[in-house]
Structure formats: C-alpha cells, structure tokens
Design a protein around this ligand. Structure first.
Ligand code: ADP
Ligand code: MG
Length: 681
C-alpha cells in the first residue's frame, strides 16, 4: 500500500514516515496541499494522510480539489489536526469526502494507534468515488471553510501567544538571576566580541551594557587594541576555545577611568547540538580586596619572622652588653680622676655604646627594645627636635612644619618618636640631593570602622596622625614593598644601612600604631604614621614623672642565673648603699629568703632561671610572707613574659639590659611605694 504524507512540518512528516515505513508502507511526502496534488498524480497513492493547517493550500482545500479531480478522487484521505475546534470541522471534512478525521493526541503511541484504526478503516471501505461535498454550494463551502480555518488559526495564535509568554518569563527569570549575582557574567563569541554581559560585569568596568555588548572583550575590560594573549597575557577564554574545557586565571581589568581591579576569571565552553563550541561563558570575581588582605597578612608574617630572628640574636648580645657597660661604668666611677686608665675605660664604654646602638636598632625593629612610655605631646616633641632636623637635612631643603592646633597626648617614648622623625628626615634628605621640601604635619584623626575595613588594618579609635612628606625621587612598587625589611637599602655601600625604616616600623608597632607609605617614582613620598591618642584626663595623669637618682640602705635579694649579670647588679646596688643577698636560681632564692626572711626588703628576680623560674620562686615566697615587694627583670619584653603565663605589671618589670640609672631609680621607686603603703596603714 502506498501512502502520501502532506505536512508543512518536517518533524511531523518524519514521525509519520517512520511509523508507516515501519509497517511496510511505501511513502511519499508533500509539504502543502498544492504540492500534495502534484505528488498524488505522480505517486498514485492508495491513501493520503494530510495535516489541516498548512500554508498555500490547507488540508480542506486540498481535499476539495482532490475530490473534484476525476483522476484522484478515488484516493482515501485521512485528515489530522492538532488544533481541533469542535465537531463542526470533522463533519465538514467528512462532507468533503475525508474517510477519517484524527485529532492529534499528545503522545506518539496514541497517534500511532489512531492512525492504525483510520488506515484499517480506509482499507475496508470501498474507495469514495463520489465527488463528496457536492451538495454544498460554492458560497456555502467558502463560508464554512473560512469559519473553520479562522477558528483554527485563532486557536493556534493563542497557543503561540502562550508559548511566547512562557518563553518571555523563562528569559526574564534567567535575566534576573544573572543581574542579581555578585559577580560578572559574560558570553564571549569566537571573534572575542561580547555577546551578553550582566549588570555586575558592566558596572565593574564603569560602562553601559550598550557600550559593552558587540564590542571586543579586550577593548572593554583591558582598554587594549588587540587581544590580551597577543600582549603576552594568559587568556582563559582563549584556552577554552582552544581546548574545549573550562579554565581559570587571574587578570587585571581596567575600568573606563583606567582604575585597575584584580579579578579571577573562569571560562566554560558553550556548545551547539553537534558539540562544537559556539561561545565561551566567562565569570569574573573581584579579588582586589582579598589580594590586599593577603599581601598585608604576608607582609605582617614576614616582618614577624624576620623580627623574631633579629630579636633573638640581639637579645643574647644584650646580656654581654649589660656586663661590659655595667662594669665599665663602675670602674669609671671608682677610678681616680687623674688615672691614665680612665681614657682606656672610656674607649671600652664608647665601643660598648656603639654596639648597644646596633643591638638597639635590631631590638627596635623586633619590638624588643625597652621602651619608656611616658605622657607626651607629639607636637612638643616635634618642636623640640625641629632644629635638629633642620641641621640634619641641610640648607638646601626647606622644612615646613604644620602642627595641629590641639595638643596630641600620647603614651610614648619621646626618644623613640624623635628617632622615627630623624630616620624619616634622613631618608627624605637622601631622596632630595638637589633641593626640595620636607613637610611635617600632625593632626588628630578618627579611624572609623569603615577606614579600618577599607585599609585592612587598625583598631577603630582616635589617633595622632604624623605625616612626613618629601618632594624627592619617590619609589617604585618593588622598592616600596621592601623598605621596612631590615638591611634593605638602595643606597651605595657606606651610605645606607637599611635599618632606618626597620627601626621606624618597629617603634610604630611597639606603640600600637600603623605606618603607611604613599610614593610614586618622581612624585615624592609621604609616610603616614598613626599613633593611638590618649583621650581622657585620667589617662593623661597616668604619665610617669622621672625621679632623681638615689640609693638606699635596704636589703635586696637578687636571683639571677647569669653570674656576671648578677655580680654587676650587686656591685651597682652595693655602690649605692644597699645590702645584697645573692641566689643563682629560683630554688636558691627561696632558700635564701627562708634564711633571711626578716631582713629582706625587696626581691630582684630574673624571670628565666633554672630549677624554679622567677615567677615560681616569687609565688613560694609570697606564701611565706605576703606582700613582699618584687622587681622582675628579663631580656624579653613584657608581652612575651605575659604570654608565658607570668602575670606582672610594668610597675615591677625591668627590661634588660638595665642601665645603672634605670636599676637604681626603679629599685628606689618600688621601695618607696612599699614604705608609703606601710605608713598609710
Ligand atoms: P637606608 O636609608 O639605610 O637605605 P632605610 O630603611 O631608611 O635604609 O630605607 C630603605 C630604602 O627605602 C632606602 O634605601 C630607599 O630606597 C627607600 N626610601 C626610604 N625613604 C625614602 C624616601 N623618602 N624617598 C625615596 N626612597 C626612600
Ligand atoms: Mg635611612
């Protein structure tokens, strides 16, 4: 049996052809009624399966023509339709001579079943030779035909509208997703033109979507005239086009103002039905902030470990220096004024001083330099040191000092702050070999939580801001990233030690402050230093006042495992009238105390000692006699000692190396305080 399929939809024709051929039919196809008439003449089918709605000539018109053609009217015609509007059309089709009228079901299986029934029906009935529909006048035919077809078209239009609306909603849904996400999303074509870009992508480049879509990605995101990969950069999009797999990479995007932004790019292939890559999806994440924090963390960690190394070496040196300087000073005090040995001793002390300076630099950097924080006004310190700075930088450099109107009270070591200024001024001088201007200014500033977040460092609060600006050579990024490293210098040998800024850094950190540098080659340099301000009157009163140097007659128990440090300490104290009892470790100290309990007025204990450390020994002793005054001393700064679980306050803590003056002053202070307390009771 031969069957002709007439349908304008190629997929539908294929479906029907496969079914029919599978059942042993010979099949021909036509794409509309007109074509169907020609094919019918040529192919001479036994039956025709025709769609109803088709362009040029629909199924009903086709049927009418066929039945009016004597050569064709014997052929069985089965009409099928997807848009069934009612029994009316079925009746009309039958009146025109259709032997079956099928409404297309939703499933293929059902369609096949209906087809089978219809074809079987046609096979059994004799060919409808009669020119059916002849009882209709031409007018009646046209009227019914146009009514039915327009009803069917209306139905189809509605379906189309629904489909369009669904499509629009789906598009809007995807659009909303893309516009809501907090990262860039773009589709890039094989010619590197942007096919689609979401809001984030456009905003991050400070451009409107119209300026981005249809333009080259390297133009909009890199302000380049040729692809980035031709400029030697890696390009994830290109890699994805090349390999068909996803890629990722770091890039620097530049917005329309030329501002750089570090981004992480990921690219994914988009393929067509055949698997060929038609475009690449690119996602963009801003990692500028993350990178900044990582760099800061890296820098902090580096400074921390270098500091620990430098501090460790310097710490051991200090013990030796205490001995050299201590004994030297004693000798100088005791030797007759006219002795020829005095000059030799002076040499020893001078060398000791120079060694102490170097060690101090390292200790300052590693924040292990003993610091004497006192109440001070930053503006005062600057005024005092101003003349010295002018001498330091020379006449060719103009100095401008702008101090804040209000006083800037700090708890700081004014010697250290002066050192910061001198080091910065020295560097400024070196950066301005032929004239220039050095500007020093102060201000008070509130570091807001927003500032802290933007800069990635700092505790919010009130700070004194010290800014030191020069009009010198400036620095590039490479130099800038190393300036605080100890021994980093760009100066020729003999001119620079590379310790100046390391010291500044250490001192600023020791004062719980922050330092920042702004510099570009040729544009000069500004250092900004933030130091916590003392605000309340109460805080200000806590500032210490130095007392004059005095000795005494009290008895001091010294516990120190380093024999030399112990004897120099004893010698200094005895030299000023004190009685001294010695112990070489913690156990011995407790032992000595038990023996001389009544006569001991003060404990002077090293912290790190064998057997029992200073803290443990002190604990045992306070059980024997509560309230006995103590002074701890150690080469470690107090915060290190604290971190070892030893609770002490600055009041009874001495950092080695202890100068004789410092030792005598602090011993006196503690004893006097105790005496006052006794009187008070
Ligand atoms: P030194 O001055 O001994 O080289 P510093 O630690 O003081 O060591 O400074 C380190 C380096 O930082 C200098 O060698 C110089 O390259 C750079 N530098 C510091 N301050 C400035 C400045 N004001 N202008 C330009 N470069 C500077
Ligand atoms: Mg320097």
């Amino acid at each position: 049996m031969k069957v002709l399929i007439i349908d304008d939809d190629a997929d539908d024709r294929l479906l029907l052809r496969e079914y029919l051929q599978g059942h042993g039919f010979a099949v021909a196809e036509a794409i509309n009624g007109e074509d169907g008439l020609c094919q019918a003449l040529a192919f001479q089918p036994d039956a025709i399966l025709s769609d109803v709605l088709m362009p040029k000539m629909d199924g009903l018109q086709f049927l009418r023509h066929l039945k009016q053609d004597a050569a064709l009217r014997h052929i069985h015609v089965i009409l099928y339709t997807a848009k069934f509007t009612g029994e009316d059309e079925k009746k009309f089709a039958e009146s025109l001579g259709a032997c079956a009228y099928i409404v297309r079901p939703d499933t293929v299986g059902e369609l096949h079943a209906r087809l089978k029934t219809a074809i079987d029906g046609c096979r059994q009935s004799c060919p409808p030779e009669v020119a059916s529909g002849s009882y209709l006048t031409t007018e009646e035919y046209h009227a019914t035909h146009s009514r039915i077809i327009s009803a069917k078209l209306h139905e189809k239009m509605q379906q189309l509208q629904e489909a369009t609306e669904k499509h629009r909603q789906a598009e809007e849904f995807i659009h909303n997703i893309l516009e809501s996400i907090d990262e860039g999303f773009a589709v890039i074509g094989p010619d590197y033109k942007v096919i689609l870009a979401n809001k984030w992508y456009c905003c991050s480049l400070k451009q409107r979507v119209e300026e981005i879509k249809g333009n080259f990605c390297y133009e909009v995101s890199h302000q380049l005239r040729q692809p980035c990969f031709m400029e030697g950069q890696e390009c994830a999009v290109r890699e994805t086009f090349r390999t068909g797999t996803s890629h990722s990479g770091m890039h620097v995007h530049t917005d329309s103002d030329g501002k750089p932004m570090y981004v992480e790019i990921k690219s994914y292939p988009m393929t067509d039905a055949t698997g060929a890559i038609i475009s690449v999806i690119e996602t963009v994440n801003d990692i500028t902030e993350k990178r900044k924090l990582e760099e800061q963390l890296y820098h902090a960690q580096k400074m921390e470990s270098v500091g620990r190394l430098a501090g460790g070496v310097a710490h051991d040196f200090n013990n030796f220096l205490s001995i050299i300087i201590g004994y030297g000073t004693l000798l100088e005090m005791n030797i007759p004024k006219d002795s020829p040995l005095r000059a030799d001793i002076r040499e020893i002390l001078n060398a000791g001083d120079r060694a102490a300076t170097l060690t101090k630099s390292l200790l300052a950097f590693s924040r292990k330099q003993p610091s004497n924080p006192m109440l001070m006004d930053l503006n005062d310190t600057i005024s005092v040191i101003g003349k010295l700075l002018a001498k330091l930088v020379g006449e060719d450099i103009e100095i401008n000092v702008t101090l804040s109107a209000q006083k800037l009270f700090l708890m700081a070591d004014s010697g250290q702050i002066s050192q910061v200024l001198m080091n910065l001024a020295t560097n400024a001088r070196d950066a301005m070999p032929n004239r220039g201007r050095l500007t020093i200014s102060t201000d008070s500033i509130h570091l807001s939580p927003e500032f802290v977040q933007a800069h990635g460092y700092g505790e919010p609060g009130m700070y004194a801001l010290l800014a030191v600006t020069d009009t010198g050579t400036g620095m590039d990024e490479e130099v800038r990233s190393h300036i605080f490293d100890p021994f980093f210098t760009t100066k020729e040998e003999g001119k620079g030690t590379g310790l100046g800024l390391s010291i500044v850094y250490g001192i600023v950190k020791q004062h719980n402050g922050y330092i920042n540098v702004y510099s570009e080659p040729g544009l000069g340099t500004t250092f900004k230093i933030y130091l916590p301000l003392l605000q309340s009157a109460g805080e200000k009163e806590q500032g210490e006042v130095r007392s004059a140097l005095q000795g005494g007659t009290e008895t001091v128990l010294i516990a120190e495992d380093d024999g030399q440090v112990r004897s120099i300490t004893r010698d200094i104290l005895e030299g000023y009238g004190y009685k001294v009892i010695e112990a070489e470790d913690g156990e011995a100290a407790v032992d000595q105390f038990t023996r001389h309990a009544e006569s001991i007025d003060l404990l002077l204990f090293d912290v790190m000692m064998p057997k029992a450390n200073g803290w443990e020994a002190y604990q045992e002793i306070t059980e024997l006699r509560p309230g006995v005054p103590i002074l701890f001393m150690s080469g470690y700064p107090m915060d290190v000692i604290r971190s070892k679980g030893i609770l002490t306050s600055e009041e009874n803590y001495l950092t080695k190396p202890v100068s004789p003056e410092e030792l005598l002053r602090r011993v006196r202070e503690v004893l006097d305080k105790k005496a006052k307390e006794k009187l008070g009771r």
